[in-house]
Design a protein around this ligand. Structure first.
Ligand code: ARG
Ligand code: ZN
Length: 528
């Protein structure tokens, strides 16, 4: 059953999936520490959404035994108040992102030694100041910074936790374009993020493959940035590797050169991208191309090591992609970026990830539901990104519901019957209200994926096909290339759907109990 498969993928957390034999923090203890401290953590002060509900238990809270382990220092920072400029005001992650400037473009040049798992990098952040800047904050975790230049002039800098604090020789005036060039090196260390208790996130190096899965905070483990989806920018990512390896990233491959046995692949992301969606993929891969009827480029990367039979099965699984894109384009409007594709790892993973224009899959996640899910994120998550990490349901609920609509179309099944199964599972799990989650529940499958999916199905049934898709398209068009909050989505529902639709939506998103709106689905399912 595909739904179950995804649930297992997203909740899986075995040490072999972890990909790091030298991890010092046991995965389980991390989840426990996060759970144990959650009760004492004061609620966020700047939240754009109603305060988190504390009554509905999450999967983690019900399964993880409590412990007296003290909180990790990173978690303390998570909830302290950052100085002005050092945060973007996120209610879950006050230190992520920065203020006083808007990034317009990131230029990354990464020289990678895969055997040592080390990088030698230069990242240039092109930005426009929105106020006078005596200090420029960037987010960077670990690594050794050698020099920082502001507009080509060397600048003083210091490090504090995950902040790189840059002191330009003269303040940057408000309203001007400026650049910060950071030269750095070292081994990227994956991040223990309270929202992802299953594994550490960021830069993975496993069985001869380097790949990135950053969501939400992990990109700061391999490049300095304003690390929040409210500050999106275009990217150029140039990756240099030993000639025998392939290097892939986001957008279009604009050049590939080999000098002295080192291959440099330069990738160009021409549309705004959130930092958490930035990708580096290095390994032995073959590139296969397909396309939609309208001519959108689809380039997939599959392991070179596959047997003929495995290669055939992998390409067969990926062959649903053009049809899935066309299905979503019909519902939502044109695919938002220059290209799409899937990078398939030569091993299993505990998750799949919608890295912009080149989704990451393990070799066991290539089914129409998960392929559809990662693809649907192109519209919801990647083009329209969360304005606050507490709005995560807008990513996962839309991606997952759209994937179910695609699955129903693909296999000729009834969406009502599929949703009846999801409803039963959500009830059995007593799924928490998805817009009231805590940071520890960021990827709580039953709440953020399953109950959000049911939320949209309930709204769909209430509004009918035509009005529901008008709401969805308005939501998409209003924020394409940008970010959005639950409140803004609510305003569209209010305007187009009226107060009853808002009340229905609010009950699914915020009420501790599961609403009964869809109960007839379960009845008709068991009766028929
Ligand atoms: N957004 C991903 C999905 O919906 C889940 C990512 C979990 N992994 C992570 N590194 N945060 O498939
Ligand atoms: Zn997702």
């Amino acid at each position: 059953m595909p739904a179950l498969a995804l649930a297992l993928v997203l909740s899986a957390c075995t040490s072999s999936d972890d990909g790091r034999s030298d991890a010092t923090v046991p995965v389980r203890a991390t989840a426990e520490a996060a759970t144990a401290t959650s009760a004492t953590v004061p609620p966020p002060s700047t939240t754009a959404a109603p305060a988190p509900a504390t009554t509905a238990p999450s999967v983690t809270e019900t399964t993880a035994p409590t412990t007296t382990a003290p909180p990790a220092p990173a978690e303390e920072q998570e909830h302290a108040v950052p100085p002005p400029g050092a945060g973007a005001g996120d209610s879950f992650y006050p230190w992520l992102g920065n203020s006083g400037y808007d990034v317009t473009h990131y230029d990354l040049a990464l020289d990678v030694d895969p055997d040592a798992n080390a990088i030698d990098g230069v990242t240039t952040v092109h930005a426009v100041s929105t106020s006078e800047l005596e200090t420029i904050y960037l987010d960077l975790s670990g690594l050794e910074v050698s020099t920082v230049k502001v507009d080509d002039t060397a600048a003083e800098f210091s490090r504090e936790d995950a902040e790189l604090i840059v002191q330009p020789t003269t303040p940057v005036p408000a309203g001007v374009s400026f650049s910060v060039e950071v030269a750095y090196s070292g081994m990227p260390e994956r991040i223990d993020d309270p929202g992802v208790p299953f594994f550490e996130i960021g830069w993975f190096n496993q069985d001869g493959v380097i790949f990135t899965a950053n969501e939400p905070s992990g990109s700061m483990s391999w490049f300095p940035s304003s690390n929040h989806p409210t500050d999106k920018a275009t990217f150029t990512i140039a990756i240099t590797v030993p000639e025998r390896l392939t290097a892939a990233s986001n957008g279009l491959l604009t050049s590939e050169t080999v000098v002295d046995g080192r291959r440099t692949a330069t990738w160009q992301m021409n549309d705004p991208m959130a930092t958490y969606l930035a990708a580096v993929y290095i390994g032995e891969f073959e590139r296969h191309e397909q396309g939609t009827r309208e001519g959108l480029l689809i380039r997939d990367y599959i392991p070179s090591s596959l047997t003929d039979e495995e290669r055939q099965a992998t390409l067969e699984a990926l062959s649903v992609t053009p049809g899935a894109i066309e299905f979503f384009e019909e519902l939502l409007g044109p695919y938002p970026f220059d290209a799409y594709g899937t990078l398939v790892l030569p091993f299993r993973t505990g998750f799949a990830m919608e890295n912009q224009t080149l989704s990451l899959h393990g070799n066991q996640t290539l089914n129409p539901l998960i392929i559809g899910h990662e693809l649907a994120h192109a519209w919801f998550g990647n083009s329209v990104s969360p304005g606050d990490w507490s709005d995560i349901w807008l990513n996962e609920g839309f991606a997952h519901y759209l994937a179910f609509l695609y699955l129903a179309d693909y296999e000729g099944s009834d969406i009502g019957a599929l949703m009846a199964g999801e409803l039963q599972a959500a009830r059995d799990a007593n799924a928490a209200p998805p817009a009231s989650v805590t940071v520890q529940q960021l990827f709580d499958f039953n709440s953020v994926y399953r109950r959000s999916t049911l939320t949209l199905h309930a709204l769909h049934r209430h509004l009918g096909d035509e009005m529901f898709f008008e709401v969805v398209r308005s939501h998409y068009q209003q924020s394409a290339g940008d970010s959005v909050t639950t409140r803004e989505f609510m305003a569209i529902v209010a305007q187009l759907g009226g107060p009853e639709a808002v009340a229905l939506l609010a009950s699914w998103l915020y009420s501790p109990e599961m609403p009964s709106t869809l109960d007839d689905l379960a009845v008709s399912d068991s009766a028929g």
